[in-house]
Design a protein around this ligand. Structure first.
Ligand code: SF4
Ligand code: SF4
Length: 305
């Protein structure tokens, strides 16, 4: 790539927006701030990552994204809106909004893959795409790239779009001028703290306690749930701290067809899940994030509705 970095920047942004991103930002690939590292380490030391032991691994990579791609100079972060185009019927076992359409890992990786190819053809360099699976501090980089801010509900909030966004990142060996930080911030209204059915959020904003969070317990946790746990009709995940957030009031439904809620998933009843066999589970959730919890996990959650 030639030295006209800002010239290519808006073109790269256009490529990413054409790939379906709602907003895109750029940051210099560099170690995370000392404060961010300290907060993360404290969160881990307190055990608030619960059984997600993978979050303790690769601390050096988590600290410095340049270890994910040799010669990395730029972190490009894109937010993809998944605000559902319709809701589940009243009384249906609730499935988190993010899981109603196709699995975002596959969708975003494919979309960013096409975008990265175009970037490389035009400007050269090497890229690495990260969608949730690499030890990358995605929300940190989203903030650093100017996309938005972290709310008390622990979510990335993009002004005008809200928190129902997936983050996709392209690390690139070429250099692009970084974007300015977002000047908006969480209204700190406390609605998410009040709405959380598990008191999993901290009023000081120090992060989520996954050991209590229904999203963690119904998706990531393996084994039995506490006997007295009531998930309040939530079968897979929890959206309570996003549902009440005023930043989500102006969100428009997603324009990405793959994230349109699947009718066969939104129409599921408790009886369907109770009688579902392994073949039916595999077929129904083949392209859905729900397959993560496995049939046993879904049945376990059903017992706590
Ligand atoms: S509900 Fe209120 S306090 Fe919570 S993230 Fe949204 S604006 Fe911030
Ligand atoms: S996802 Fe649900 S349980 Fe977890 S912090 Fe948000 S409101 Fe609380």
């Amino acid at each position: 790539m030639n030295s006209s970095r800002s010239l290519c920047k808006e073109h790269i942004r256009r490529i990413m927006l054409d790939a379906g991103a709602e907003t895109v930002g750029f940051a210099e690939a560099a170690p995370v701030s000392g404060e961010a590292e300290l907060r993360y380490n404290r969160w881990i030391a307190d055990g608030r990552h619960a059984g997600m032991s993978y979050m303790k691994r690769y601390p050096d990579v988590r600290r410095d994204p340049r270890l994910l791609l040799e010669g990395a100079h730029t972190v490009i972060v894109a937010a993809f809106n998944y605000t559902p185009t319709r809701r589940q019927p009243h009384g249906a076992p609730r499935i988190a909004d993010y899981a109603l359409g196709l699995d975002y890992h596959d969708v975003i990786r494919a979309r960013l893959g096409g975008a990265a190819e175009k970037m490389k053809q035009m400007y050269g360099g090497e890229t690495r795409i990260c969608v949730d699976t690499a030890p990358l501090r995605e929300r940190y980089w989203a903030v650093r790239a100017g996309l938005g801010f972290i709310g008390l509900n622990n979510q990335l909030i993009v002004p005008g779009i809200g928190s129902r966004v997936f983050i996709g990142t392209v690390i690139w060996t070429e250099t692009v001028d970084p974007d300015m930080p977002c000047t908006d911030s969480c209204a700190r209204c406390g609605a998410c703290l009040k709405a959380c059915p598990a008191q999993a959020l901290q009023p000081d904003g120090s992060g989520l306690d996954a050991r209590r969070c229904l999203s963690y317990l119904t998706i990531e946790h393996r084994g039995d749930l506490p006997e007295d746990l009531h998930t309040g009709g939530r079968l897979y995940g929890c959206d309570a701290c996003q549902d009440v957030c005023p930043h989500n009031r102006t969100a428009t439904p997603t324009a990405i067809p793959e994230f349109t809620p699947s009718e066969s998933i939104t129409a599921l009843t408790e009886a369907d899940i109770d009688t579902m066999d392994a073949d039916r589970f595999r077929t129904l959730f083949r392209h859905s994030a729900v397959r993560r919890t496995k049939l046993e996990g879904l049945r376990r959650n059903l017992r706590h509705l």
